[in-house]
Design a protein around this ligand. Structure first.
Ligand SMILES: [Zn+2]
Length: 146
């Protein structure tokens, strides 16, 4: 009976592989011979397995990650960056070109490029704003007053 008590104390550690070699052997040998302790062992094992199968609720970080990985937001921001970078690059190259040649850069194409840059910046702003709004909508702490 005393051995049963000691074994049952050690079973949890036995399941988690936290026992010394000596304790491990004591539990293993006793389990082979004792039906009661074998039953306790099986119960604990079943509990441990069902707990490890549980899914943890989605944490805030994962939710935020999902919002950032949202395909629509990604598309908007990619278009925004393209609109921002390509006209800027063209503007830069044209500017270099006009530095070395006397040729003038037409006002119309200058305006178009600046418009594209503004559109790109606006799209980036919208995509950030959209992510913020989605994050706010799903933020369960938004009503918590600090
Ligand atoms: Zn026992």
């Amino acid at each position: 009976m005393k051995l049963c008590h000691k074994t049952q104390e050690l079973i949890s550690g036995y399941l988690d592989n936290e026992l010394t070699q000596q304790q491990n052997q004591l539990v293993r040998v006793h389990l082979e011979t004792c039906v009661n302790c074998q039953a306790v062992y099986q119960d604990l094992k079943a509990i441990k397995e069902s707990i490890s199968g549980l899914e943890y609720p989605e944490c805030e970080e994962q939710k935020m990650e999902k919002i950032l990985q949202d395909p629509t937001a990604k598309k908007i921001s990619i278009v925004g960056w393209v609109l921002l970078i390509i006209p800027l690059a063209i503007l830069f190259i044209y500017h270099l070109y006009t530095v070395f040649t006397v040729g003038s850069f037409s006002l119309f194409s200058m305006k178009t490029l600046i418009l594209l840059i503004e559109a790109g910046a606006l799209l980036l702003f919208i995509s950030v704003l959209r992510q913020r709004l989605i994050a706010r909508k799903t933020d369960k702490y938004r009503n918590v007053k600090l």
